[in-house]
Design a protein around this ligand. Structure first.
Ligand SMILES: [Fe+2]
Length: 323
């Protein structure tokens, strides 16, 4: 039996009470947002005639997501991270802040405090038997093409099985995570291993939600970046390696055309020797363009709970994910 009660004075008054409108304490913005959120959901229950069984199974999925600290994983899967990027892009455009390498989502797996080096760093600990050597390099420039020396390039990526150190306890501390400060020519170089793409764990709550939508939870091989320098807009981005089956079918919607990079397989022994390597390797070149700004708030990454960055362990989990 379909009934519609949302517009009745009884339900409307009830929503105001639930959102604390008649209470002096609390936070005004929180009240407004909760009132809107609950109103939209109550209306949805009415419109779709949601049954008690459906409602309680949704509660159960939410509990499972929380237990697995998976909201940070489902969030990009449901497009929230990309939607926030679209809003930031639109805000930049409205403010005529043009130029620079495009941003894309941070994801939930950054860990603060990675070892720092100038110019060059080796990122892998040499313990991944399937790790194929990657030579990752590039130049950080301003929008006129002038190199930016001393820019901070933070890089993190997965291993050959798609796992991230810290979240994957089998890896050594800060494996595949480094901060490289650009040299006098604005260049950074990392020796590392080609990351694998990865999927959300089979059967986890995020997987359940995606499966209900007929979607997969796979990401292509990718490499995350934070790039910053005084006087320039902080950039959160990532590159996708070309040729992965999911390069243009990323469950997290992070792929942007300009950020797809084709690695070059190099088999020339002399080229390997020049870099202190043995055997074949893949060179990945990612040059970055930073846009200038005087606004200090645009020169740093926005606040969010991040592993080893936040003081509170609980909030540290809030945006991360056990994968
Ligand atoms: Fe990632």
């Amino acid at each position: 039996m379909t009934v519609k009660i949302f517009d009745t004075p009884e339900v409307q008054d009830f929503l105001k009470t639930v959102a604390g409108f008649d209470q002096a304490g609390g936070d005004e913005r929180a009240k407004q947002i909760m009132h809107r959120l609950l109103s939209d959901l109550f209306r949805l229950i009415d419109d779709f005639d949601v049954t008690p069984e459906e409602y309680w199974s949704a509660v159960s999925v939410l509990n499972a997501l929380g237990q697995g600290t998976q909201f940070g994983l489902l969030s990009p899967g449901l497009g929230f991270d990309h939607f926030l990027d679209m809003r930031m892009d639109a805000a930049d455009e409205a403010a005529r802040r043009n130029g620079g390498t495009p941003r894309t989502i941070e994801g939930p797996l950054y860990v603060a405090g990675a070892p720092e080096a100038v110019g060059f760093a080796r990122m892998d600990d040499g313990r991944d038997p399937d790790g194929e050597t990657m030579w990752l390099t590039g130049q950080v420039r301003d929008t006129d093409g002038k190199p930016i020396a001393g820019a901070k390039v933070e890089i993190w990526h997965a291993d050959s099985k798609g796992g991230y150190s810290f979240f994957d306890p089998s890896q050594s501390e800060y494996n595949l995570r480094r901060t490289i400060v650009t040299d006098a020519e604005g260049r950074y170089t990392a020796r590392s291993i080609i990351p694998s793409g990865y999927g959300v764990p089979e059967g986890c709550a995020t997987d359940q939600v995606l499966k209900a939508l007929g979607r997969h939870g796979e990401r292509p091989a990718h490499i995350h970046y934070f790039i910053s320098a005084p006087g320039y807009r902080h950039l959160t981005t990532q590159i996708n390696l070309a040729g992965d089956p999911y390069t243009f079918d990323d469950f997290a919607f992070a792929t942007r055309e300009e950020l797809v990079i084709e690695g070059q397989r190099i088999e020339d022994a002399a080229e390997a020797e020049k870099r202190g390597l043995e055997g074949l390797f893949t060179e990945v070149v990612f040059d970055v363009e930073l846009a200038a700004t005087d606004a200090p708030e645009l020169q740093t990454r926005h606040a969010r709970p991040r592993a080893k960055e936040s003081e509170e362990a609980v909030s540290e989990q809030a945006a991360t994910a056990q994968v």
